[in-house]
Design a protein around this ligand. Structure first.
Ligand code: GUN
Length: 293
């Protein structure tokens, strides 16, 4: 069993981008700039946004955090999005999800200018991704594809089971892996809450991407020997052993599953850091206007 070290690969990617930033600045161009809108103070979202800002500092990007209260109106949030759309200094921005229930998430995402949508959530970017056109690819699936590439994990002809059909991870992941591209060509089965006899699918999978947000859901008896297991789960569970009072738990019962795998990602230190690296990469593409000229 080989552990996939997402933290290491993420830092390598960020180092490459830091060097690119130095070159941009040396040639007289402006510092790339990522902005984030954070509504409310959900603990998980606070942590993610703090990591994104820290990564900006690491690579030499400018970052801006716009905090809005939990009870902000949809109109005020839309105005914050329009301001960033029109701010010439901001290359790309994200609206951290989830949003409070009184806000229509789709309406907010559709208001983001596609050329600044470095999360790749806007319908135009999703559609372009499906059609193999230049676009921002959603950060988590993009990071997973990168991990598979770095570890030379063969995808062509393999049977991949994606568990979870979210717009952010499961759906785009299933599309990317089925594409006729070097890191695709999988036969993909997308499983979800209505899937019958899930285990009959996972037992046949060469690659399993577990993205349902249910701690320790995937157990050893559900996978075949030698499977590649990618754990996207990051659920906070209370823990008296940690200073913060909580621990991050993946969707995979790691100790039990790992011995059966050929490759596996840990939580933390697997997919999470790659999501950050992909966001930084997308922001660099935005700064260089490589996707939308
Ligand atoms: N919430 C969980 N993951 C993400 C992400 O990748 N981007 C944003 N904006 N919100 C998230």
């Amino acid at each position: 069993m080989q552990l996939i070290d997402g933290k290491k690969i993420s830092l390598q990617l960020q180092e490459d981008i830091a060097n690119e930033v130095k070159q941009l600045l040396a040639s007289g161009l402006k510092q790339p700039h990522l902005a984030a809108i954070l509504v409310g103070n959900d603990g998980g979202s606070e942590t993610y946004v703090a990591s994104k800002i820290k990564a900006c500092e690491r690579v030499g990007f400018k970052s801006t955090l716009i905090r809005l209260p939990e009870y902000v109106t949809e109109e005020k949030l839309l105005n914050a999005v329009y301001d960033l759309n029109n701010n010439q200094d901001v290359d790309g921005f994200i609206v951290q999800l989830p949003l409070p229930r009184h806000i229509n998430e789709h309406k907010i995402i559709e208001a983001i200018k596609p050329s600044k949508d470095v999360d790749g959530f806007h319908p135009l970017n999703v559609g372009r991704m499906v059609l193999n056109l230049p676009c921002y690819v959603s950060a988590t699936p993009y990071g997973i594809v990168h991990l598979l590439e770095k570890y030379n994990i063969e995808t062509s002809g393999k049977h991949c089971v994606v568990i979870g059909r979210s717009h952010i991870v499961g759906s785009p992941m299933s599309i990317l892996l089925a594409k006729n591209t070097a890191l695709g060509n999988c036969t993909v089965t997308l499983c979800h809450s209505k899937t019958e006899n899930l285990i009959s699918h996972t037992l046949k999978a060469d690659i399993i991407i577990c993205a349902l947000g249910s701690p320790e859901f995937l157990r050893a008896h559900m996978i075949k020997d030698g499977a590649v297991v990618i754990d996207v789960g990051t659920t906070r569970v209370e823990s008296i052993d940690s200073k913060s009072g909580y621990k991050l738990k993946g969707d995979v019962k790691f100790d039990e599953v790992a011995p059966k795998c050929s490759y596996i990602t840990p939580v933390p230190g697997g997919v999470g850091p790659m999501t950050i690296a992909s966001l930084i990469k997308n922001t660099m593409l935005a700064a260089k206007k490589e996707i939308y000229k």
